[in-house]
Each structure stands twice: as C-alpha cells, then as structure tokens.
Write a protein that binds this ligand. Structure first.
Ligand code: SF4
Ligand code: SF4
Ligand code: FES
Length: 249
C-alpha cells in the first residue's frame, strides 16, 4: 500500500549575499498541515529527502493566523502566508521560495524594512500630543467607518509589493500598501491635520503617479483591501493638492 507523504522543495540561502540552492524534504502525511507546520516538523529533524542531514530552514512567523504578515513567502508561484497555506489544497511537491522584492536574510526570511521605511516617510499614523486622556473622538459616519476598516486590515505582509511590476530595485515606486494607508489616515478626522504632508510625499519621487494600474496588487492582497479604489482616491487627492499648490504660489 502506498504511504502518503508531504514533499516540500525549499529555496535556501545561507547568508544575504550567498548563492541560493534547492533542498527537498519529505515528511509523513498528516491531515490539517499547513506550510508552516510542515516547516516546523522539518526543523525538528532537518534531513533532506535523500537522507542528508542539513541545517534547519529559517523563516519568520508570529501569529499563526494570518494577522501579522511575517510568514509571507512564495508558495507554488503565488505570494501568500505560509500559516494559512493548507497542504491538502496545494499541488505537490510544494515549492517554497522567499519573496523576491525584499533582500533575503536567510532561507525564507526576508528584510521588509523598505516597506516600513516607506510607511514612516508617508507618516501613516495619527500623531497625538502626549499620553493624557483625549476624550471622545470626532463622530464618523458608518459609511466612512466601513471604508476605513477595509483599509485598516492591512498587515504589512508585502504581497502587493511582491506582485507589483512597478515595485523593484530599479524604481523608487512606493507601492500599494502605503497608498491604502495614506488614504486611511487622510480620511481620519484627526489624521487629516497631516494630510498635506502625506500628499507631498505621495506626489514626490516614487509616488502614486508611478503606479501602472496593472492591478496585480488587489488580486494578491490576502485582506481584500480595496487597493484600486485607494489608488484612484489618492490620485484624486493629489490632483486637487497640485491645483491648490498652483493657486497659492
Ligand atoms: S495597480 Fe499595479 S502598478 Fe499600481 S500598485 Fe497595484 S500592482 Fe503596482
Ligand atoms: S495592502 Fe494587502 S497585500 Fe499589501 S501589505 Fe497590506 S495586507 Fe498585504
Ligand atoms: S504567522 Fe502571522 S500571518 Fe502567518
């Protein structure tokens, strides 16, 4: 009788500048496995399919429930979270690679600093003045709350940047994630106080006008963030701001 197993082909890299190489692993089949739990099993006994002992595969993870975004990798050619990539729904051997738009730290772990630096540059937060109780916030309509919530689900996983043809080493394009967050904080009654600063960043180098509108981002976003709507909205806001700047000169 044929025994079922799970086969995983992993693209590995020992150091940031090192050459990558492939290793294949095989573990006995168990129901309910996902790519992360298979990587955990391999870590407890790192031996390749050919029986050669090797180093444990390195990856990043935290929440294990598609909330933190840190386990994002390319699985069977599609960027997604390893913790929710169910084995029973994947073709084998399952091919697992690190994201290509961020520098590899080791194996499947990448350095997503570029994305976080972009969010910092665009000031995607509401500044508060001190830690005292600020009282009730301004009233916000249910419709605005709903749209805001759809944008607030972003977990900075980087899927939209991995899939974006405009986001790469040769371009300064900031990508879709920050566009969604700028729209979110610009629509917040308190966040709107810094709207102009955010728009200036998004009108500068690598800003919203560099988006090619290929819409790959919206297709891969695991949180179904309305990125196309956000890109359109930010285009509108930056056009108004450019006209205002012209009149006030
Ligand atoms: S629409 Fe296309 S170019 Fe614009 S952010 Fe999305 S994937 Fe990138
Ligand atoms: S917009 Fe979607 S794909 Fe992009 S970082 Fe946020 S959650 Fe991930
Ligand atoms: S471990 Fe947090 S999204 Fe997968």
């Amino acid at each position: 009788m044929e025994t079922r197993s799970i086969r995983l082909r992993v693209k590995r890299q020992d150091r940031p500048q090192a050459q990558s190489y492939w290793q294949e692993f095989e573990i006995p089949y168990k129901p309910q496995h996902n790519v992360l739990s298979v990587l955990m099993e391999i870590r407890s006994n790192p031996v390749t399919r050919e029986g050669t002992p090797t180093t444990p595969v390195v990856w990043e993870a935290s929440c294990l429930e598609e909330v933190c975004g840190s386990c994002t990798m390319v699985i069977n050619g599609r960027v997604r979270q390893a913790c929710t990539a169910l084995i029973d729904k994947l073709e084998q051997p399952i091919v697992v690679e690190p994201m290509t738009k961020f520098p590899v730290v080791r194996d499947l772990m990448v350095d997503r600093s570029r994305m976080f630096e972009i969010l910092k540059k665009a000031r995607t937060w509401v500044p508060i003045d001190g830690t005292y109780a600020l009282g009730a916030g301004p009233r916000v309509s249910a419709q605005t709350q709903e749209f805001g919530y759809s944008l607030a689900r972003c977990m900075t996983c980087g899927c939209c940047l991995e899939a974006c043809p405009q986001f790469n080493d040769h371009s300064k394009f900031m990508g879709a994630a920050v566009i969604g967050q700028v729209v979110l904080f610009n629509m917040h009654p308190t966040g709107a106080m810094n709207k102009d600063e955010r728009l200036d960043v998004m009108m500068g180098e690598g800003g919203v006008s560099d988006c090619g509108n290929a819409q790959n981002c919206v297709q891969v976003c695991p949180k179904d963030i309305p990125l196309t709507t956000a890109i359109g909205e930010l285009g509108r806001q930056t056009t108004i701001k450019a006209l205002k700047d012209l009149l006030w000169r």
